[in-house]
Design a binder for this molecule. Structure first.
Ligand SMILES: [Zn+2]
Length: 336
């Protein structure tokens, strides 16, 4: 049964799609603060001498390679921007297009980084990364209340701080909108692995997390507040919890992939956060190909419709769909 689903899903996957009238931003060498889009759902931000890195993914295995995966270390080494200052690596979920390259990036490019992820994702990474560089963030995630109308509630100790306390991050209970392959890639690990998974179906999702990230000023207060999701989710999964401060969300980083399979996404989230900037990620095809000639994710329809819906739901926001390996400026914050 499982293999029937697998074969059908791969046969139905089709081809990557041309960009058509999708307009991409393509900026480079911008002044800080800025966000670097690494491709897939990967994002890098430098801030006050530290850095935060989300879901770095460069490998782009082809369909045959999905059955015996290993990180494409040459490609990672060619594409990964400098990340010596990265002290925090945040992982949304365990699928290979988010987690396959993490161990190599931590070993080779971000030697100071501590990775934060779900219990299951941390069990996977322990195959290659020492325990003191991995933190299971799941026990501290904000969770939905068990009430008729669920509300997202933060834990008292919900924030993780970087070493210099210039950046902090809060994990939030989220979920992964279904696609034809997700039934094969669900589940979670409850023990440490001794080697990273080979078959793509063994890169198990685990608990999917959204992240609320604050870039902090010298006074310890948030200058930029960023909300990040690496998979589309049904409302209210991934929503930010009510916090004691009144700092609004400045930046939403949202995935396009499978948006049509998530309820009230992105409208529910954007109605709550009303950001100034929305950066759309996880829109390009990552099965083979190259980030130099990006195509739209196979089977992903109506990207233009999604962008219109984002703009309607966040009318004050600048909405940007960046080309892989390009930059997006973080506009100055006023009134802080
Ligand atoms: Zn996924």
């Amino acid at each position: 049964m499982r293999w029937t689903i697998l074969c059908c899903a791969l046969l139905a996957a089709g081809c990557a799609q041309e960009l058509g009238d999708l307009r991409l931003s393509d900026e480079h060498q911008l002044a800080e603060p800025k966000l670097e889009f690494l491709g897939v759902a990967g994002v890098l931000i430098h801030w006050r001498g530290e850095g935060v890195l989300f879901d770095p993914s460069f490998s782009r295995p082809t369909i045959p390679e999905l059955f015996w995966l290993s990180p494409d270390t040459d490609e990672i080494d060619r594409r990964m921007p400098p990340a010596d200052d990265v002290t925090m690596l945040l992982l949304g979920h365990g699928h290979y297009d988010h987690a396959l390259d993490v161990a190599w990036v931590m070993q080779k490019h971000a030697p100071q980084a501590i990775a934060y992820g779900s219990t299951s994702a941390i069990h996977m990474l322990r195959a290659e990364i020492p325990r003191d560089r991995l933190i299971d963030a799941q026990p501290q995630m904000a969770t939905l209340s068990d009430t008729a109308t669920p509300v997202m509630q933060a834990k008292d100790n919900g924030w993780f701080y970087t070493r210099e306390r210039h950046i902090r991050a809060m994990p939030i209970q989220s979920m992964h909108a279904p696609n034809p392959l997700t039934p094969l890639m669900s589940g979670a690990y409850s023990e440490d692995l001794t080697q990273l998974p080979k078959g793509f179906w063994n890169w198990k999702e685990g608990q999917t997390l959204a992240w609320l990230v604050d870039l902090l000023g010298e006074d310890g207060r948030p200058v930029y507040r960023i909300h990040y999701q690496d998979s589309a989710s049904d409302a209210p999964f991934g929503f930010i919890p009510a916090l004691k401060d009144d700092k609004p969300v400045d930046v939403e980083i949202l995935p396009v992939a499978s948006f049509q399979n998530a309820n009230h996404y992105p409208e529910g989230l954007l109605a709550l956060t009303q950001p100034r900037l929305v950066v759309l990620v996880h829109w390009e095809d990552f099965v083979g190909g190259t980030p130099d000639d990006p195509k739209i994710l196979r089977q992903q329809k109506d990207v233009g419709t999604f962008i219109e819906r984002v703009q309607r739901a966040a009318p004050k926001a600048r909405v940007v769909t960046p080309r892989p390996l390009s930059e997006v400026a973080l506009a100055p914050v006023t009134g802080h």
